[in-house]
Design a protein around this ligand. Structure first.
Ligand code: GCU
Length: 405
């Protein structure tokens, strides 16, 4: 497979100096000659090696264990939350660094097991769940910028949500609302994160030490293990979502954890849904220079050499087949490369076709098809998660998780 991955690089080696984006290589073209992938079984046989390639060249290697240590399971009052039947939180510890984090949840009415919508929060679970202080605040503090959201009213109309989930809207659809703050395990701070990531690394090779993006995804995997052992949550309907850097984490979680059933990566950009080869928005040089703790050091070797990366994000999406995936973007959010995410979606189509699915089934990047297994919406405006973006996600989840409209 390595040789065939290199073929993809060779195919694209004639990249013109003006950095015109190359056509998106279809995901199976990577394997067109040695030997050609024609069946689902052949594709699935490639997937473990592809996941390893993503670990070694972009995200870093993760510990094998996905078993958290359960420290406590507490009930939290759901009074005043319209449509909630109960709320609570699991206090977990990761099995390697033994750092604590909380998995907060609010359950809808009706009978379970409920589909779970898990969001990676920026500022901790109380703010993510609408300013509800009964949930544990981050154990090791939140990023500085979070203080400005502390006493802010919830957004109105279609203002960007960014920090909080539309809890009552999700409950009304019968979804369990789940929030994690992965920054409790690996803080989003270069100085603090790198020594922890070195300790987390299962490999001796410093080039493949995990980045924070993959490590946050691993924290979501630990949470999934906990939810899957609780009969109130449906193990076959676990969705993850994240915005921006958290969208990259959600993308990595879906890539490395086949137990996750559905992904929404919103404006996740480079290192997330956006094709490295798209030359749109943030480059590998920008992201690895600005955020050296986010990825394996090996990724930096491809700064300015995007077309030499033997893998690209469409191949990661191909490994997610047949699971449903939604990408959101904004036309003015050029830094996150909205069309680069659309091209990732186009390139992954052949892998979904092996499952008899249509994959991306839309011709206009603005018009997502909620029935399709890969859907993209690019809307007007800039960076942020708006209520209307959540409504697109709700339509997509409802379709794929069989929830009533
Ligand atoms: C920076 C970074 C992006 C990231 C974004 C965010 O802009 O360059 O890669 O997605 O922060 O997380 O908001």
């Amino acid at each position: 497979w390595l040789i065939s991955l290199i073929t993809l690089g060779a195919l694209l080696a004639d990249e013109p100096a003006d950095k015109t984006p190359p056509a998106t290589p279809p995901v199976l073209a990577a394997f067109s000659d040695s030997p050609k992938v024609k069946t689902r079984a052949e594709w699935e046989a490639r997937v473990p090696a592809l996941r390893d390639a993503f670990a070694d060249q972009i995200y870093g290697r993760l510990p094998e264990s996905r078993e958290p240590v359960l420290i406590d399971h507490k009930a939290v009052s759901a009074d005043g939350i319209t449509g909630a039947s109960a709320a609570g939180e699991f206090i977990l510890e990761d099995p390697t660094l033994h750092r604590r984090f909380s998995v907060a949840y609010i359950l809808p009415m009706g009978d379970g097991p409920y589909p779970a919508i898990m969001q990676f929060s920026f500022c901790g679970n109380p703010l993510a769940l609408g300013g509800r202080e009964a949930f544990s605040a981050p154990f090791n503090g939140a990023p500085d910028f979070c203080s400005r959201f502390a006493n802010m009213p919830l957004p109105e109309g279609d203002d960007p949500f960014l920090i909080s989930m539309p809890v009552e809207r999700l409950l009304a659809k019968g979804m369990a609302v789940v929030s994690i703050y992965a920054g409790d395990v690996i803080p989003d701070d270069r100085e603090k994160a790198i020594p922890l990531l070195e300790d987390l690394s299962p490999a001796d090779d410093p080039a493949v030490r995990p980045g924070a993006i993959a490590a946050w995804g691993w924290v979501a995997s630990l949470a999934v293990t906990q939810l899957e052992t609780n009969s109130r949550f449906d193990p076959d309907r676990m969705a993850v979502m994240g915005h921006s850097r958290n969208g990259k984490a959600a993308f990595a979680a879906m890539l490395f954890d086949p137990r996750i059933d559905l992904l929404w990566a919103h404006q996740s950009g480079t290192g997330g849904a956006t094709l490295n080869r798209s030359y749109e928005g943030e480059s590998i040089e920008n992201i690895t220079g600005g955020f050296p703790h986010w990825f394996a050091p090996a990724y930096r070797d491809f700064a300015g050499l995007e077309t030499e990366l033997p893998i690209d994000q469409h191949m990661a999406l191909g490994t997610m087949a047949p699971r449903p995936v939604l990408f959101g973007g904004g036309w003015d959010d050029l830094w996150a490369g909205p069309m680069g995410a659309y091209r990732t979606a186009e390139g992954a189509d052949p892998a979904y076709e092996l499952y008899g699915l249509s994959g991306l089934d839309q011709t206009d990047p603005e018009e997502m098809n909620a029935n399709a297994d890969i859907a993209v919406f690019i809307r007007e405006g800039t960076h942020g998660t708006k209520l209307s973006d959540w409504e697109n996600f709700i339509a997509f989840v409802s379709q794929h998780f069989g929830l009533d409209e």
